[in-house]
Design a protein around this ligand. Structure first.
Ligand code: NAD
Length: 245
C-alpha cells in the first residue's frame, strides 16, 4: 500500500517571490516543513529546503514534491511584461505541468494564487462576488493567462481521486518587501506624475495587505477537505472596503 505523505509537509512554488516568501515564513511559524521551488533563490531560512528549477520542468518539480501533501502555486512572470509566449508557457502550460506533477507525486491539495483581475472587464466592479463571470476581454496577456490557469486548477479538483484544489484571488498586494506596488507609486510621485486624476476622482481600487493574503491561503489549505464546500472554487481576498484611489 502507498503511504500518504505527512500532512505538515508542503511546497511553495514561487516561494522566492514577494508573496511566496511571506507565505513560507508563516507556514514555518505554524509548524509546517516547507520546500521552496523557484527559478531563483532569494534568501535562506532554517527549516526550508530550496529547489531551484522551472515549473515547466516536470522532473524538477517531482523531486521537490517528494513526500509533500500540500502545494501552493504562487509563481508567475512579472505582470508588467508584455511577453505573451512567456505568460502562455509559464501560466498555462506550466500550470498543466504543476497539476500533473502534483497528481503523480500523490499531492492531496493544491492552492493557487489567482488574481481578482480575472473578473475585471475594464468597468467598475463594486462588491463583486465570486459568481462574476471571467472577463471576456481580459486587460492584458497576464490576465488572460491567469484566467486559463485558474480554470485549469479548479477543473482538476477531483474529490473521488483525493486531489483537491482552490484558488485565492488577491488584488494589489502591499506590505514589507513589496518590490512593485508602493515603490512604483513613490517613484511616480517623485517624478511629479501623480498630479493628475484618471476619471472624476471616485475610482476605487482594492489593495490587500500581504499578511491577509497569506492568511487566506493558509485558511483555504487547512479547510480544504473532500466534504468541504470550497473544493474547486475561487475566493476573492480583500482587506475590507476598497480605498479611494
Ligand atoms: P513575484 O514576482 O515577487 O514572485 C513570483 C515568483 O515566481 C518569483 O520568485 C519568480 O522567480 C517565480 N517564477 C517565475 N517564473 C517561474 C518559473 N517558470 N518557474 C519557477 N518559478 C518561477 O510576484 P508576487 O507579487 O509575489 O506574485 C505572486 C503571485 O500572486 C502570482 O501568481 C501573481 O500573479 C499573484 N498576484 C500578485 C498580485 C500583486 O499585487 N503582487 C496581485 C494579484 C495576484
Amino acid at each position: 500500500t502507498r503511504i500518504r505523505p505527512s500532512s505538515k509537509r508542503c511546497a511553495v512554488i514561487g516561494g522566492s517571490g514577494f508573496l511566496g516568501r511571506h507565505l513560507v515564513e508563516k507556514l514555518v511559524d505554524r509548524g509546517y516543513s516547507v520546500s521552496v521551488f523557484d527559478i531563483r533563490q532569494s534568501y535562506e531560512l532554517p527549516g526550508v529546503s530550496f529547489h531551484q528549477g522551472d515549473l515547466c520542468d516536470k522532473q524538477a518539480l517531482l523531486s521537490a514534491l517528494e513526500d509533500v501533501s500540500l502545494v501552493f502555486h504562487c509563481a508567475s512572470p512579472a505582470p508588467a511584461s508584455d511577453d505573451r509566449l512567456l505568460f502562455e508557457r509559464v501560466n498555462i502550460k506550466g500550470t498543466q505541468t504543476v497539476i500533473q506533477a502534483c497528481i503523480d507525486a500523490g499531492v492531496q491539495k493544491l492552492v493557487l494564487t489567482s488574481s481578482a483581475s480575472v473578473v475585471f472587464e475594464g468597468t467598475d466592479v463594486k462588491n463583486g462576488k465570486e459568481d462574476l463571470p471571467y472577463a471576456k476581454r481580459p486587460i492584458d496577456y497576464y490576465t488572460q493567462t491567469k484566467i486559463e490557469q485558474e480554470k485549469l486548477v479548479l477543473k482538476a479538483c477531483d474529490q473521488q481521486k483525493g486531489f483537491l484544489t482552490v484558488a485565492i484571488r488577491p488584488h494589489g498586494i502591499f506590505g514589507p518587501r513589496d518590490p512593485q506596488l508602493v515603490p512604483t507609486l513613490v517613484d511616480a510621485a517623485r517624478q511629479g506624475k501623480m498630479k493628475f486624476i484618471i476619471g472624476d476622482g471616485t475610482n476605487l481600487v482594492d489593495f490587500t495587505y500581504v499578511e491577509n493574503v497569506v492568511h487566506g491561503h493558509i485558511l483555504a489549505a487547512e479547510c480544504l477537505r473532500a466534504d468541504s464546500p470550497i473544493c474547486g472554487k475561487p475566493y476573492h481576498i480583500t482587506n475590507d472596503e476598497p480605498v479611494r484611489f
